[in-house]
Design a protein around this ligand. Structure first.
Ligand code: AGP
Length: 608
């Protein structure tokens, strides 16, 4: 969603904030702005559009300032206009606020302020915060922020400056991410470490409702009850190169091609090939609870939810442990049968998804054991869960999730293997699965070699308006994921279906303009999927089939065949999703779409 960056220190804050915003642009990107503090006056610049436009605007003015806060926006309240771009100021122009999140009661607060004569200039919920702070200000910004936020219902990450205290940034969060960082006589606040990594790797994670105060001489933190808190400084271990493109045209392509390594990283030190099992240090002490739970749930959104569907199928098929998958956004509103005997797994790449955080809270309220499968170390979900497993995929910048998905499924496979062995899977079977998992990076490498062929096929289908993805069993969630990837980045309408369901409705859509992607590896449903492909061909549909290396039979009926190495159903989803990621990537490129920053989307969805 929105990105926040703030700087105070010995250098010019403007280029630091601009560079930070550029690194956050993947989170939200419809407009941006910066507020700069000079001893006597506060300056504001905003644009609708990219940070590069803001940068050129500022370059013309040669602006320099030791204190600044900036923002890149993903619109929630009001369209992406100049007026609605952040920072938002109070009516007297003295307070400037950048905000990530949603103020749920903003309308009643706004009505109240308006009835007392306050005039708003934007449609945003954020401007209400600036107004409340201004009203509560009596010479101390942090006190005014605390007072203002006592009236607010909702989620926020905030950085605030006030003209009367020019050497201070106040920041706080509730439900939205925000970190502070410490440099050499310079201090930072950001919604994501990526924004400030170039300057500092020493990060302080702000807790919910804590207040951070940045001045030129240091950083102080106060608890939600206003007690001073001594916060730990965490060392970030990943490098800037990991969040740069490294010669690839897009982050998404880089991330697709990094999967042999990221899958290996997800398994490293965890897969135990000599004994045919796995060890997941972060949740090893929870394995007993998982085995003996009355019910197990996966809760997640989007791509992470697809990983959850695969986890469910694997838990049930191999470990014979019943399991449910819930959209996080539905979980809290449908009175789930979750109690103290349930284990709830939250799956999330970013670890900041508001719906998933809300589902975690719901599960906690019902006294369930809540575990996490996350990518971002130190993220809110990692901190809110009792224990968990990191997927170690490294920063994922492309909005469309690719490497995080395969790493999530790798971790779920390891967990399944561990549980299955404890539930009676033979050592022989465990060894066979471990061996297949060990071969995954090499097999993924093999699939990636078909990128050029996939790019050629993509050219033939880039003008399609609809796509249908078909798969069975564990490949049904893969079909859903393939369809999601295509629609996210190419804006082609696409749907995933269990292959046999086609005849119950979607078959009506098939004609010569409808491409069908059929996931048809040589497993126990192979013959049935071949029949589905025949049904499509009989109606002049065009078929791109995903098949097992060496399968010549399918070549006779499908229009195009993409091959994957032979795989166990344990490792099949990871291999099968790779050609689908590449297909959507090349279709989107062919259509001239912004692959890394597709319209209307945001990398982490921090509003409910
Ligand atoms: C994936 O390509 C999407 N951008 C989106 O569906 C994403 O998976 C979803 O928002 C969940 O995000 P999370 O994994 O960070 O929680």
């Amino acid at each position: 969603m929105c990105g926040i960056v703030g700087y105070i220190g010995k250098n010019n804050a403007v280029p630091v904030v601009i560079q930070g915003l550029q690194r956050l642009e993947y989170r939200g990107y419809d407009s941006c702005g910066i507020a700069m503090m000079h001893p006597e006056i506060m300056n504001l610049e905003k644009v609708t559009g990219k940070v590069s436009e803001l940068q050129s605007q500022l370059a013309q003015q040669k602006t320099s300032s030791p204190v600044a806060i900036g923002h890149t926006r993903w619109a929630t309240h009001g369209p992406p206009t100049f007026q609605n771009a952040h920072p938002h100021t109070s009516q007297d122009g003295k307070v400037a606020v950048v905000h990530n999140g949603i103020i749920e009661n903003y309308k009643s607060l706004k009505d109240g302020l308006e009835s007392s004569g306050y005039v708003f200039s934007s449609e945003t919920d954020t401007e209400v915060i600036a107004a409340l702070i201004s009203k509560a200000y009596h010479g101390n910004l942090e006190e005014a922020v605390r007072e203002a936020l006592s009236h607010v219902v909702g989620a926020y990450g905030l950085a605030i400056i006030h003209q009367d205290e020019p050497e201070k940034i106040v920041c706080t969060r509730k439900g939205a991410p925000l970190i502070m960082a410490v440099g050499d006589d310079e201090f930072f606040v950001a919604s994501d470490v990526a924004a400030i990594l170039h300057y500092s790797k020493d990060v302080i994670y702000l807790g919910n409702e804590e207040i951070g105060i940045l001045t030129p001489s240091g950083v102080t933190t106060y608890s939600e009850t206003d007690e001073p808190v001594d916060k730990k400084i965490h060392k970030i271990t990943f490098n800037l190169e990991e969040i740069e493109k490294g010669g690839y045209e897009h982050f998404m392509l880089k991330e697709i091609f990094s999967q042999p390594q990221t899958i290996y990283d997800a398994m490293r030190g965890r897969l135990q090939p000599e004994t045919g099992t796995a060890f997941l240090g972060g949740i090893d002490h929870m394995i007993g609870s998982l085995l003996h739970a009355d019910q197990r749930y996966f809760t997640a959104c989007g791509t992470s939810w697809h990983a959850g569907l695969i986890g469910e199928m694997m838990f049930e098929q191999f470990a014979r442990l019943p399991c449910e998958v819930e959209y996080a956004s539905e979980f809290r509103y449908r009175e789930p049968l979750v109690d103290a005997k349930s284990v709830v797994f939250a799956i999330s790449q970013s670890g900041e998804t508001a719906d998933t955080l809300a589902a975690i809270q719901e599960a906690k309220n019902r006294e369930a054991t809540v575990l996490g499968i996350c990518n971002v170390v130190g993220s809110s979900i990692a901190r809110e869960t009792e224990a968990g497993v990191y997927i170690h995929a490294g920063p994922e910048i492309g909005v469309a999730s690719t490497k995080a998905f395969t790493s999530q499924v790798t971790v779920l496979s390891l967990l399944t293997l561990k549980l299955a062995r404890l539930m009676g899977m033979s050592k022989e079977d465990g060894l066979e699965i471990s061996q297949a998992m060990q071969q995954l990076p090499e097999n993924v490498e093999w699939v990636l070699k078909q990128a050029d062929q996939i790019a050629e096929i993509a050219k033939l289908y880039a003008d399609a308006s609809n796509f249908l993805y078909l798969g069975r069993g564990v490949n049904f969630p893969v079909a859903l994921e393939g369809a999601l990837k295509l629609k996210e980045i190419s804006y082609i309408h696409a749907e995933g279906y269990p292959a046999a369901e086609m005849k119950h409705g979607p078959i009506a859509l098939i004609d010569k303009s409808m491409p069908i992607v059929a996931i048809a590896p040589q497993d126990r449903t192979y013959d049935k999927i071949l029949s589905n492909i025949e049904e499509v061909k009989a109606r002049h549909g065009r078929v791109i089939a995903l098949a097992t290396e060496g399968d010549t039979r399918i070549k006779e009926i499908a229009d195009h065949v993409l091959y994957v190495p032979p795989a166990l159903s344990f490792t099949a989803p990871i291999l099968n999703v790779i050609p689908l990621q590449l297909l959507s990537y090349y279709v989107a490129v062919e259509r001239g779409c912004n692959v890394d920053q597709p319209r209307n989307l945001a990398k982490s969805v921090t509003v409910e």
